[in-house]
Design a binder for this molecule. Structure first.
Ligand code: ADP
Length: 614
């Protein structure tokens, strides 16, 4: 008596199939076309596997159960056909979804209808065509026309898969195609074996094997895990937003008193009758305030960058003007620090006159590098160089800042761009800094798809090079001049300026800062009061704080503009000084923007712009 190896496989497959069905149907599923079809495949396979076991049993005892034998044998063929049709539908579904074909739903529906008809037609055939049973010496199988037709139909389906798979040959590496490829290969082997040994009942085991394989490749991520992850992400986002909000209000709150400190500092510094000691003391107050402001700005920047909320705001700008600004700012810093350093600069003649990019951020990057060079160099020179390579409408700015300063140890270079990381200087208190500058610089360069490279030799000097792509603006418009203006004694005699701020100290600071221009200042402490004042008076300029209780500056401006005759320029004067705010205020209808703490030069520039020169 010959043992039938096929039936042992079939029985074993049934164990697998039951386990698979339990696992698959118990777990929450993603609702997609693929998982829907796969669910059906699992169900069909489970039933098919049971039928397969029954078929073997009844065929073996066909004399006792002739009718059940007939029913089971033919239903088994229907199972093979249904399975193949469903897999054909599955292959079509994943390939159509993958190719992102337009009207995919329509295609899917047509193919589904065709497959259903094909399945029904062949299944009817499976019940009508003649069948023969062989059951001798323990070998059990069916044969005859019906078996040939069913296997031809399956081959047609497998042929269709091969065509579909070949159409996406590049994607075949993807996991989800593996079961089909396995089925095609195994199908070939099994049909060869069964062609020669029809008694080896391998079809069911092969089908179950492929179905189990599909379970591991189907896109059915664990929903419970996803829900937990989503919850965790939501909580993290909320915490992050709370942090960003806290930081931005903290920045606002710190800026408000800082405005008073720096404002009065500026006014005091401008007195002529100060003793050298007092002058020095005020200078120290101003330096400390500057550092505090830098820290506030730095923390705000880094938190925005980390929350992915920092936007690059591109506008047209004149690069040469910006470089000259940076040179002047550096020279002022060098002078203030009293360092005997030669400051050299070279700007390539071919740099296009007008570029399109985030001028504020480009300036911030270069200023960070220049400030570091100044901070960490005590003798020798600093070289600020900008060259460019232009191609079509894009120019690559190659900016380098080189110094003969303290340099950086080779093993520390990797740490340079880590936030709050300060290298050699942590022990010395003479060089002010937070260790945020380069971390921000690097992130900004990355955000603009640029590159930053450091070369340094400890004790000899460093060179920081940045490359940034900026668009070239061909038809140049008249751009607003942003350069540092010469501080001459400008006066705006008889010009009337209305200053609106709910904070009395800040109102006084603004008034004191404006005093030297001989303008007529009117103070107002609320939006409503300002509206009343403009009804009876005509002003030449309004400086309007935004964050005020009751009516904000922006709301006040909207009210002001309701009067058609109103044409006084209004400048937003605000401690809400995050980058990008200028654009926000201009969009809200303000004519300009001055961040707090008020910078004397900035104020003077804006007065000149709106009140005219003397
Ligand atoms: P900060 O200057 O506020 O400490 P940065 O992030 O700008 O922070 O710089 C990080 C560290 O990198 C500095 O503390 C300093 O040790 C080192 N560094 C940066 N630029 C230079 C330079 N030009 N020469 C030497 N060391 C530098």
């Amino acid at each position: 008596m010959v043992q039938n190896p096929g039936n042992s496989f079939t029985l074993l497959s049934l164990v697998y199939m039951v386990l698979l069905a339990i696992v698959y149907f118990k777990k929450p599923r993603v609702k997609s076309e693929e998982t829907k079809i796969y669910g059906l495949i699992v169900l069909v396979c489970l039933i098919g596997n049971i039928i397969s076991v029954g078929t073997y049993y009844f065929m073996k005892n066909m004399n006792s159960f002739p009718i059940l034998n007939e029913i089971f044998a033919r239903t088994y063929l229907v199972f093979v056909l249904t399975f193949t049709s469903l897999v054909t539908d599955y292959v079509l579904a994943i390939s159509i979804n993958e190719r992102k074909i337009k009207k995919a739903e329509k295609y899917l529906l047509y193919s589904k209808i065709f497959i259903i008809f094909f399945g029904i037609f062949t299944s009817i055939m499976a019940f009508l065509l003649p069948i023969e049973y062989v059951s001798e010496n323990g070998l059990v199988y069916s044969t005859g026309t019906v078996v040939k037709v069913v296997f031809t139909a399956t081959r047609i389906c497998v042929g269709t898969w091969i065509v579909i798979l070949l159409m996406q040959i590049k994607r075949l590496k993807e996991k989800k195609y593996w079961p089909m490829i396995t089925y095609v290969i195994l199908g070939g082997i099994v049909s060869y074996i069964q062609g020669n040994h029809p008694e080896y009942l391998l079809t069911t085991s092969m089908i179950i094997f492929v179905t189990v394989l599909m379970y591991f490749t189907i896109e059915n991520p664990d929903l419970k895990l996803i829900n937990e992850l989503n919850l965790a992400k939501d909580q993290a986002d909320k915490a992050n937003n709370a942090k960003t909000e806290f930081l931005s209000s903290m920045s606002h709150e710190i800026r408000t008193p800082l405005n008073a400190i720096m404002g009065y500092g500026t006014i005091l510094q401008e007195h002529n009758d100060l003793s050298p000691e007092v002058r020095d003391d005020i200078k120290n107050i101003m330096t400390a305030s500057d550092n505090l402001l830098e820290i506030v700005n730095g923390i705000l920047d880094i938190s925005k960058i980390e929350a992915n909320k920092l936007e690059i705001i591109d506008t047209e700008y004149e690069p040469k003007e910006m470089f000259n600004d940076l040179v002047k700012m550096s020279e002022v810093k060098l002078k203030a620090m009293n360092k005997p350093i030669e400051f050299k600069c070279y700007f390539d003649e071919s740099i296009p006159p007008v570029l399109y990019g985030d001028q504020g951020r480009v300036k911030q990057i270069i200023l960070n590098l220049l400030t570091n060079a100044i901070k960490y160099t005590n003798k020798g020179w600093i070289e600020f160089k900008v060259s460019c390579v232009s191609k079509k409408d894009v120019t690559r700015l190659i900016i380098s800042v080189e110094d003969t300063g303290i340099g950086i140890k080779e093993d520390k270079i990797d740490k340079l761009f880590t936030k709050f990381e300060r290298l050699e200087v942590e022990k010395s208190t003479t060089v002010e800094g937070t260790g945020l500058g380069l971390a921000i610089t690097k992130k900004l360069v990355d955000l603009m798809n640029g590159k930053i490279v450091v070369q340094s030799k400890f004790g000899e000097g460093s060179k920081f090079s940045v490359s940034l792509d900026q668009r070239i603006v061909k038809d140049k418009k008249e751009l607003e001049k942003t350069g540092i203006i010469e501080l001459d004694n400008i006066e705006f005699v008889d010009k009337k300026v209305l200053v609106v701020d709910d904070n009395i100290v800040n109102l006084k600071v603004a008034g004191r800062l404006l005093e030297k221009y001989n303008v007529k200042i009117t103070e107002s402490s609320s939006g409503q009061d300002a509206l009343n004042k403009i009804k009876d008076n005509k002003y030449d300029l309004i400086l309007l704080d935004d964050m005020m209780p009751g009516m904000s500056g922006t709301e006040t401006l909207i009210e002001m503009k309701k009067d058609k005759e109103f044409n006084t320029p209004v400048i937003a004067l605000t401690a809400n000084a995050i980058n990008g705010m200028r654009e926000k205020y201009l969009d809200s209808g303000f004519d300009d923007y001055i961040p707090k703490p008020i910078d004397r030069e900035e104020l003077e520039k804006k007065l000149k712009k709106f009140l005219g020169g003397n």
